[in-house]
Design a protein around this ligand. Structure first.
Ligand code: ADP
Ligand code: MG
Ligand code: MG
Length: 874
């Protein structure tokens, strides 16, 4: 028979998967001989079993629960449900990873109408007893039965008013009896049955509620954001109650062994006298700093400090602890490795290494890679933020804090920024045309679009704060006004955005620049020492590239040439090229573009100082470049000697039913080889110039996008090679260059062995590969993915976290096939996924050479790569 239930003394810290984090640590502390109110743990497997059994707790599991309860009763010398000296317990959820969003804790379980009388007598404190029962009814109804808290709060307020009581604590035992009677009446009215009097029923109901809460929407959302698999399940802890609310020699508190926001090596904590449970965090009264405990109860304080130190040394990490003092006796209720800000994480890791408690390898493994994001972006001034007014919130699409004046078009944003204003660009959604305005803005707010919308992707690349998908906004872009949270904002009004939380604030909140400390460099040096995967960046401009180098990028994995065409001085020329009716006219327009493109590449090569740079040839469908505004169309017509109608007709002819799967990528080069010729010339001439002028050796890497067939690649490659050779001959010089391809169409992955005959390198374009493998586009996925999460069909956004089972299989297979044909083939990934730690780990494990990600995610990728290599050395 499976073992579903463990007494605390039967477990240990290593059993986290089975017992949950809270339970495993309660067991560990029990074994360390610390003062822990005893109890037992219903395992995470029991939770999984609950779901497998059609959401029922089986008789076998119930049996084991009551067996454990019997042992607990014996140990405590009390009986569960006894009328004279009842054993009361708390019921606490506890998954493997700490998970806010799951069930709240229930305290004082085991009381009923009769037991409360015995409890009052036994404790000699009827007021305390009835208050405990009242709290229990309220918690049980709220947490287990999901009755609204307002019913209970209303009753309490009513009676307080009737009795002239200011605080709950002013109510007498008799007053509380009245409260209880009313609570039970409302329970019966709403639930259609009496409040459960049988403690066994209460217990099973509470345990079931914890299991159920594993799948509530908040928990599902939290798991998705934190890469926690849905099949882990939660454990349930049943623990003997101790009481911090027994008077002035009792209390409850929380503490950290080091400061969780700065990392300072000093105990940090708060407590409340005469309080129970979460009163401390709930802010009912202002808690006292832990140092005050030294004055109030010196012995308790000394014992507390000794245990805190012991725990930190035992776990060799900063601990977050919960404790309760019942009439001068200290109990520990929880310990765990404490959550911390990114600066604190680095400080603590370095300190622990310096104190000789952990190795640099362990320090690296412990820092949450994603958290580094916080360090690299501006943040709000803490005091200023507190005073700020939140008017709404949406998706935290690109981290960082930004404040500025609202503008509704990219042009207005750009003009205002040129005048020296700080700008927030507010759009229904952004498109490639907005790129300059996005660059000029401090922050971007969109009404539509998810975490991987155009706005989000571009903003992350630029390191600009972005909040996306704020459906609550009512916007009128024409009138340049929007309303949100009851506020009306017009052009020029100040708002502030927190791209890390998704909050939108009214007014101009002060921001402070990111400060990169010495700890950061130290950690990054260790990371570089321990990793084998290289980290490149996705960068289209010298500024982005320079930024990325500062963050440790070792090359450019993806330079998107089309971004170079959207700038004001280029776009007319590319439009001219598109509208050309003959090859000659097209070539003429392209010739005008060569100098721009060459200078762009030169600048990039110079910044990169010989590091590898992969340049991807034109990828988007041409319709993205044609004008949509009437005035632009008129200007273009004039410029090209065409009628407005002719221009419009051509633009319309570019319309595609499914642009994502349309005339784009290498298909452009197949139909218009002159485009590939122009780009090759620009790449080669730039490399030659940089070599001649600066003595920088460049090995150009030309990447052909959207290939699905070897002959297709060969066709384009032949054009590239022919042109490159011609340029080299013209310049009387020699140079090594490579031609490779993106693997972003499933067919290319399937035929990767053949494609590798032509391709010298592969770069996995996992954005498109994900779109094409799933058969839905990242821009539209927002409309239905939510339903997939709630119905547990998909657990996470496949555009944010690589789908390792499906898309990952294609990547792995293509990598193997590629290497089989060409053993020295260079393999990388350049999708948005390249900066996601779980994807980095996957890329390491399947033996890719590098990942490439946006500049601000480079440090994250370096750290994640080191962690991957420490976990699975290669
Ligand atoms: P969370 O995971 O939200 O912190 P916990 O299960 O830790 O929830 O419970 C919250 C609080 O309830 C604890 O900090 C503690 O103060 C109180 N609590 C839980 N169990 C007991 C208990 N057996 N005796 C006294 N207080 C308890
Ligand atoms: Mg807790
Ligand atoms: Mg692509």
């Amino acid at each position: 028979m499976a073992k579903w239930v463990y007494l605390f003394k039967e477990g240990k810290a290593e059993m986290k998967n089975l017992l949950g984090g809270k339970g495993a640590n309660l067991a560990e502390m029990t074994n360390l001989g610390l003062p822990i109110p005893q109890g037992f743990i219903v395992t995470t497997e029991a939770c999984t079993d609950y779901y497998k059994s059609g959401k029922t707790v089986t008789e076998e599991i119930k049996g084991q629960i009551f067996e454990a309860m019997a042992k607990l009763e014996e140990e405590q010398g009390k009986k569960f449900g006894d009328t004279e000296n009842p054993l009361l317990v708390s019921v606490r959820s506890g998954a493997r990873a700490s998970m806010p969003g799951m069930m709240d804790t229930i305290l004082n379980l085991g009381l009923n109408d009769v037991a409360v009388e015995g409890f009052a007598k036994k404790t000699g404190n009827p007021r305390f007893a009835y208050d405990s029962y009242r709290r229990f009814i309220q918690m049980f109804s709220d947490v287990v039965m999901e009755m609204s808290k307002t019913f209970f709060e209303g009753i309490l307020d009513e009676i307080k008013e009737e009795k002239g009581a200011q605080f709950d604590t002013d109510l007498t035992a008799d007053d509380l009896k009245e409260v209880i009677a009313k609570y039970k009446a409302i329970y019966k009215e709403k639930m259609g049955e009496e409040f459960p009097q049988d403690p066994k029923v209460q217990l099973i109901e509470a345990i079931t509620a914890v299991f159920r809460s594993w799948d509530n929407p908040r928990a599902i959302y939290y798991r998705r954001m934190n890469d926690i698999p849905g099949d882990w399940g939660t454990a349930v802890n049943i623990q003997t109650m101790v009481f911090g609310n027994m008077g002035d020699t009792s209390g409850t508190g929380v503490a950290f062994t080091r400061n969780p926001s700065t990392g300072e090596a000093k105990i940090y904590g708060e407590y409340l006298i005469n309080a129970q449970g979460e009163d401390v965090v709930a802010g009912i009264r202002t808690p006292l700093p832990i140092s005050k405990l030294e004055e109030d109860m010196p012995e308790c304080y000394a014992e507390f400090m000794a245990i805190a130190t012991k725990l930190e040394n035992h776990y060799r990490d900063m601990q977050d602890m919960e404790f309760t003092i019942e009439d001068k006796t200290l109990y520990f209720l929880q310990t765990r490795n404490g959550k911390r800000t990114a600066p604190a994480a680095l400080q603590i890791a370095c300190d622990l290494v310096d104190e000789g408690k952990i190795t640099p390898q362990e320090a690296i493994k412990r820092i949450e890679a994603k958290a580094l994001d916080q360090l690299l972006h501006p943040a709000f001034d803490v005091a200023a933020l507190k005073a700020g007014k939140v008017i709404g919130s949406a998706l935290p699409a690109s981290p960082g804090a930004a404040a500025g004046k609202v503008y509704f078009t990219a042009v207005d944003a750009k003009n205002a920024a040129e005048k020296g204003e700080r700008v927030i660009l507010v759009r229904l959604e952004t498109s490639p045309e907005d790129i300059e305005g996005m660059h000029a803005a401090e922050g971007i707010l969109t009404v539509r679009g998810g975490m991987t919308s155009h706005a989000a992707v571009v903003a992350r690349g630029m390191g600009t704060a972005c909040v996306s998908g704020c459906g609550a906004i009512n916007i009128n872009e024409e009138a340049k006004v929007f309303t949100l949270g009851g506020e009306t904002i017009v052009e020029g009004d100040y708002i502030s955005l927190d791209g890390s939380t998704g909050n939108i604030y009214l007014g101009d909140i002060k921001t402070v620049e990111a400060e990169i400390s010495g700890n950061f460099d130290r950690i990054m040096k260790w990371a570089d020492e321990f990793r084998s995967l290289k980290v490149r960046t996705n960068a289209d401009t010298p500024e982005d590239a320079a930024n990325a180098i500062k963050f440790g990028a070792e090359g450019i994995g993806l330079c998107r040439t089309e971004h170079m065409f959207f700038e004001a001085d280029r776009i007319p020329k590319i439009r001219k090229m598109i509208l050309s009716k003959t090859v000659e006219a097209r070539e003429e327009a392209l010739n005008e573009l060569i100098p721009f493109q060459r200078d762009d590449f030169k600048a990039l090569y110079e910044v990169m100082e010989g590091r590898p740079v992969t340049i991807r040839f034109l990828d988007p469908p041409l319709h993205e470049f044609v004008p949509t505004e009437e005035e632009d169309i008129i200007a273009l017509a004039k410029d090209m000697n065409l009628t407005v109608e002719e221009v419009k007709a051509t633009c319309e002819s570019l319309h595609e039913f499914n642009p994502m799967m349309g005339h784009r990528g290498c298909r452009l080069a197949v139909t218009y080889p002159e485009i590939a010729r122009m780009q090759t010339r620009a790449v080669m001439e730039a490399a030659i110039a940089v070599k001649n002028e600066k003595g920088i050796d460049v090995v150009p890497e030309i990447m052909i996008p959207l290939v699905g067939e070897k002959r297709e690649l060969k066709f384009v490659k032949d054009i590239v090679v022919e042109t490159a050779e011609a340029v080299l001959a013209e310049n009387n010089t020699e140079m090594v260059y490579h031609v490779g391809t993106m693997i972003e169409i499933p067919r290319a992955a399937l035929l990767a062995d053949e494609i590798a005959e032509e391709a010298e390198f592969f770069s996995f374009g996992t954005n498109d590969l994900t779109q094409m493998t799933f058969g839905f586009s990242r821009d539209d996925a927002g409309k239905f993915l939510e339903a997939y999460y709630t119905n547990k069909i998909y657990e996470s956004d496949p555009f944010a976290r690589l789908d390792q089972e499906g898309v990952g299989k294609l990547v792995q297979m293509a990598a193997e096939k590629g290497r089989a044909t060409r053993p020295d083939i260079k393999l990388g990934i350049c999708g948005e996924h390249g900066g996601d730690p779980s994807t980095v780990e996957f890329c390491h494990n399947i033996g890719l050479n590098y990942v490439s990600c946006s500049p601000f995610r480079v440090p994250i990728a370096r750290l994640a790569a080191a962690q991957a290599n420490l976990n699975n050395p290669r």
